[in-house]
Every structure is written in structure tokens, then in C-alpha cells.
Ligand binder design. Structure first.
Ligand SMILES: [Zn+2]
Length: 81
């Protein structure tokens, strides 16, 4: 099924922006939703705070490091608990 750009926005992007603030997918920085960028990471749109974080995620995917990245992300998150 083909979605028009506006349908795509409402079904895939708008739900990300329901809250006023969101967290950067890469660095966890809290940011205003209006200022968030989005990156397609593993076929899911993720909010990121800046072009630096966006570039990091793109580089990880281009180099096939997605699994290592997610593994180290889990380790960081579990060490914070
Ligand atoms: Zn960030």
C-alpha cells in the first residue's frame, strides 16, 4: 500500500510528537519536540537532537554496526538503573 506524504506524516511521524518534549535517541538529551530532527534507524523514525547525533546513527547503519550499537546502548541503560 502506498501512503501519500501527508498520510505518512500522520501515521508515522505525528505520534512521535504528541509530547512537548522528547529524548534524543542517540544521546538521551531532552529537547523540545518542535526542534527535534528525525532519523530512519532500523526502519523506524527516531527523534534526535542535532545533526551530530543524526550523523552518528547514519554512520552506524552505513558501517553495519547497528547490532553493536544497540548492545552497547542496552549496557549503558542497564548500568544506570
Ligand atoms: Zn543527541
Amino acid at each position: 500500500m502506498h501512503l501519500s506524504p501527508s498520510q505518512f506524516f500522520h501515521t508515522h511521524i505525528a505520534p512521535l510528537f504528541k509530547r512537548e518534549r522528547c529524548l534524543c535517541y542517540h544521546c538521551g538529551e531532552s529537547m523540545r519536540v518542535e526542534g527535534a530532527l528525525t532519523v530512519n534507524f532500523q526502519h523506524v523514525l527516531r527523534p534526535v537532537c542535532c545533526h551530530g547525533c543524526l550523523a552518528v546513527l547514519n554512520t552506524i547503519q552505513q558501517n553495519g554496526l547497528t547490532e553493536e550499537y544497540l548492545r552497547s546502548k542496552e549496557q549503558v541503560e542497564s548500568s544506570l538503573i
